[in-house]
Design a protein around this ligand. Structure first.
Ligand code: NAG
Ligand code: NAG
Ligand code: NAG
Ligand code: NAG
Ligand code: NAG
Length: 452
């Protein structure tokens, strides 16, 4: 389901044009050619998908009808996998809601759900063992794609899990319904799943009783962590994965509506990579009419990204990324002495991020020195790109940036909404750093998240 609701509600548009132009990320250059030989890096892909949506997600359909719709999206996935495979891609990420869509009710989504056994309990290759479980058609197709493309594949789907009435969390209809990311290894084995914890107004889904801290190991780049969309703004599981599980790469399916000034997709993804020193492989759906665009492969120093509010087409982004994102040690020696913004930064994150605040601040400084390097996105006019080039990380180190951002956002807001915005600088980082339960949606909004 959609993460960030925009202030204006636009009519749903379907992009049913037969031509899904496959274009490689404009910023990738020749970097994705020679790869297997370079042990220090791997080749990743994310696909921003203009998903084919159900014309009426509230209507009740049959499993057969649901599969027909989902297979149209899966056909496109498969084409993208084959294109990526030719470029030597080793891991590929697809967006949240990309197969089934969004805006369902608990009942209307049911025909779209696959049954999902726990990968911790059952070792299963859906492509090679299709008859082992019923209602697993989507998992089977994804598993077969991983085999065909000879790559790790990460995708998002709705899953169902029957529960017993004695289970205190069991919903009245006798099943859990989860917004689920799945990970297949290159031989099609279902290696893990992540069930979204921080749901964003998703009536169709349940929050799992325990938070999944999902990681998976790859032969080419070590350990990856998984979380979804809105999760990126909360301590658990996102920050905990990095702190406790030694994750160096994050795969991040999302269905994100951009919202000024601080909740633009690219901005958040990039800020997360910079602030935590990890690689983030982020795949969004592409529905400009709904404000949904913005995917990228983000390293702490560089971003390969796609954001287009005018083009109806999706985009396959391929990039070569370091196995070990530039370490904090390197950043440490590369930076000179402290500048005034450093102490401000330390002060700001004192409460939340004790263990690594020093490293974080150094990294932020290093990043800001890298601004002019090719590959770092450059700002575009606000009316075409509601993305602010100053990322969240930079915001907290620079009062000047904050002030100019505020001015620019005010102008943009007035143009868009005809009124002033309430902007509170520290909300995002404060929430991210806090290790406590997510506030109820209402108080969350009161704290300024949906303030424009
Ligand atoms: C989702 O549903 C809400 C109302 O429930 C509606 O305003 C919105 O336009 C819908 N969005 C899509 C993409 O169908
Ligand atoms: C799948 O469903 C069919 C028909 O309902 C049933 O006969 C079969 O036992 C089921 N198989 C499994 C593995 O549950
Ligand atoms: C398939 O991949 C999984 C995960 O990488 C691995 O554990 C397993 O051994 C592989 N199976 C075969 C038959 O290669
Ligand atoms: C950074 O500097 C320290 C102290 O001078 C040194 O011990 C360390 O090896 C250096 N690290 C790197 C990665 O150069
Ligand atoms: C930012 O600068 C203004 C004056 O230029 C000052 O009043 C304010 O306290 C500063 N904010 C922070 C967070 O340092």
């Amino acid at each position: 389901m959609v993460c960030i609701m925009s202030g204006t509600r636009s009519k749903l548009a379907l992009f049913l044009c037969g031509c899904y132009v496959v274009a490689l990320g404009a910023h990738t250059g020749e970097e994705c050619v020679a790869r297997h030989h370079e042990a220090e890096s791997y080749v990743a892909a994310v696909y921003e998908h203009p998903s084919i949506l159900s014309p009426n997600p509230l209507a009740l359909t049959s499993r057969q009808q649901a599969l027909e719709l989902m297979n149209q999206n899966l056909d496109i996935y498969e084409q993208q996998v084959m294109t990526a495979a030719q470029k030597g891609v080793q891991i590929m990420v697809f967006p949240e809601d990309g197969i089934h869509g969004f805006n369902f009710t608990r009942t209307s989504i049911y025909p779209f759900l696959d049954f999902m056994p726990s990968p911790q309990v059952v070792r299963w290759n859906p492509c090679l063992e299709p008859h082992r479980f019923n209602d697993t058609e989507v998992l089977q197709r994804l598993s077969c794609m991983a085999i065909k493309g000879d790559m790790f594949l990460v995708a998002n789907l709705g899953t169902k899990q029957p529960c017993h009435i004695n289970d205190p969390g069991c919903p009245d209809d006798g099943r859990y319904q989860f917004n689920t990311d799945v990970v297949f290894s290159s031989n099609g084995t279902l290696v893990d799943r992540y069930r979204k914890h921080n749901l964003y107004f998703e009536a169709a889904f349940d929050v799992p009783l325990q938070v999944d801290h999902t990681t998976f190991d790859t032969p080419f780049a070590g350990r990856f962590g998984v979380f979804t969309c809105f999760d990126i703004l909360f301590f658990s599981p996102a920050v905990r994965l990095l702190r406790d599980y030694e994750v160096k790469h994050v795969v991040y399916p999302t269905a994100w509506m951009n919202q000024l000034p601080l909740l633009a997709a690219i901005e958040i993804q990039k800020a997360f990579a910079v602030a935590f020193g990890v690689n983030v492989l982020a795949a969004n759906v592409h529905h400009p009419v709904l404000g949904m665009t913005g995917s990228g492969i983000h390293t702490p120093l560089k971003s390969f990204w796609y954001h287009d509010m005018e083009n109806p087409n999706g985009r396959l982004i391929i990039a070569q990324v370091a196995k070990n994102p530039v370490g904090l040690i390197d950043a440490e020696n590369a930076t000179g002495e402290m500048d005034p913004s450093h102490s401000k930064c330390v002060h700001f994150i004192e409460e939340g991020a004790k263990g690594w605040k020093e490293s974080l601040c150094r990294r932020l400084k290093t990043e800001s020195q890298q601004q002019s390097e090719p590959g770092i996105p450059t700002p575009r006019p606000m009316h075409t790109t509601p993305w602010i080039s100053l990322d969240v990380a930079n915001l907290i180190v620079s009062n000047e940036s904050w002030k100019s951002l505020q001015q620019r956002s005010q102008t943009a807001c007035k143009r868009r909404h005809g009124r002033m915005c309430v902007i509170r600088p520290s909300n995002i980082l404060r929430v991210l750093m806090e290790d406590r339960p997510r506030p109820k949606d209402r108080s969350y909004q009161e704290r300024g998240f949906n303030s424009i």
